[in-house]
Design a binder for this molecule. Structure first.
Ligand code: SAH
Length: 409
């Protein structure tokens, strides 16, 4: 028998711990992650890393600080401000794993830093997937919550072609409040926002684990990134900075369910991040049903915000569109999607629906998918479709390959 953990219930991340205290398995709530940890039998290769104890402090980690903030604090300790860049160099360039390793700093300074700003507040609880395939990382946060990241390897892209890019799909919240009807995360309640350091740390930890640098970041993991705007944009600053992780803003894609005011805010954010909209319904009639957020920000309001974003950022927006049988897959839906896409010169990524246990939706047949795509193409809309080839760990992430493609520029 398994015991369902309390945090599993509230965050709806279904964590099953054997009573003997063996390795936990997890049912990830995102439809597109499809419970990889719960079903090792569906995974062709998998590796597990041992759990190391996490810091219990709830102070944010140093990895969420901006140089000026660190310099201010150091100045208040009577340390020269330039120590801030020394420290950040140890963290982001040399990737020091502890303050002790920062040998150019005095021991008292290292001790004071360690006492005030943990270097890490979370750790990898489990890794699944072979090194040359899509890997899923389960993180345990300081408060015992879990989030996931997915690393899509360099040699795959949305079409299975060779690519030299590594893409990470990161989470921005624990749980999600937006209740999209097709998404397993929608089954989940919202627990809390991630802090910037918890977003940054997903990338640092995955790079450390894989020993390779990541080229693209997509905010398509758990949560609604634009509902966590302050921490999201702080994390983006750190991720793209030369003094930080150094992944340029053009290689960072924020995906949203359609928070119109925050889309405008992101348009005014000075860095050239990319935007993907989880559209999934091109009329209010359809979208109201499957995405409750549409009742707050209907399509006209949303497209005003998208137009504003496009004009400010001068870049193509991607419309993600999950094909769900009898819900949004009819020719008239394709025609409406084509009209909307053309109105903002967007490209469209079609994603055959990934079945989620407990939800009634199904994907259309391949001929129906092709017919839908053909309508977009005839209307002159740049569109792609990705199909899963099976149910192993890679295929379960059909959408994640999309995410790689999204951020390839
Ligand atoms: N909240 C943000 C980011 C997380 S969702 C957003 O809505 O964009 C990341 C993508 O996965 C979204 O496009 C979402 O609609 C999609 N997705 C969720 N469940 C899915 C499923 N069962 N099949 C296919 N795509 C799914």
């Amino acid at each position: 028998m398994h015991e369902l953990l309390r945090e599993g219930l509230s965050s709806r991340l279904w964590l099953m711990i054997p009573p003997e205290g063996g390795t936990p398995t997890v049912r990830c709530p995102f439809g597109f992650f499809l419970s990889p940890f719960a079903e090792p039998s569906t995974v062709s290769h998998h590796a597990t890393v041992e759990i190391t104890p996490a810091a219990v402090s709830d102070a944010p980690a140093l990895t969420g600080m901006l140089p000026d903030e660190l310099a201010e604090e150091l100045a208040s300790w009577d340390e020269p401000r330039y120590r801030a860049s020394q420290i950040l160099d140890w963290v982001f360039q040399k990737r020091a794993s502890s303050y002790d390793a920062m040998t150019s700093l005095s021991k008292p300074l290292r001790a004071r830093l360690a006492a005030t700003h943990p270097l890490h507040t979370m750790h990898i609880a489990k890794v699944q997937g072979a090194k040359d395939a899509t890997q899923k990382f389960l993180f345990k946060l300081h408060d015992g919550r879990y989030v996931e990241s997915v690393l899509i390897p360099a040699n795959r892209n949305a079409f299975g072609d060779m690519s030299d890019r590594r893409t990470i799909c990161v989470s921005s919240q624990v749980g999600c409040a937006y209740d999209c009807k097709f998404c397993a995360s929608g089954l989940a309640g919202f627990t809390r926002n991630l802090r910037a350091d918890e977003i940054v740390e997903q990338i640092l930890a995955v790079e450390a684990h894989s020993g390779e640098r990541i080229d693209n970041v997509v905010f398509m993991g758990m949560g609604e990134p634009l509902a966590n705007f302050t921490q999201l944009t702080r994390a983006i600053r750190i991720i793209q900075a030369e003094w930080g992780i150094g992944i340029g803003a053009r290689h960072i894609t924020v995906s949203t369910s359609g928070l119109a005011p925050q889309i405008k805010k992101l348009a005014d954010f000075p860095l050239p991040v990319r935007l993907a909209l989880s559209f999934h319904g091109a009329t209010d009639e359809v979208r109201d049903v499957i995405m409750p957020v549409n009742r707050k920000y209907p399509i006209d309001v949303l497209f005003d915000a998208l137009t504003y974003f496009r004009d400010r950022k001068k870049q193509k927006i991607t419309l993600e569109y999950i094909l769900i049988e009898s819900v949004n897959d009819q020719p008239e839906h394709a025609a409406a999607l084509a009209r909307r896409a053309r109105s903002i010169h967007a490209k469209v990524n079609l994603i055959p629906y990934n079945t989620v246990e407990g939800l009634p939706w199904a994907r259309p047949s391949e001929p129906a998918q092709d017919a839908f795509l053909a309508i977009l193409e005839t209307a002159g809309v740049p569109a792609t479709i990705r199909r899963e080839k099976g149910h192993d760990i890679d295929a379960a992430c059909g959408q994640l390959r999309l995410k790689q493609e999204l951020s390839e520029v």
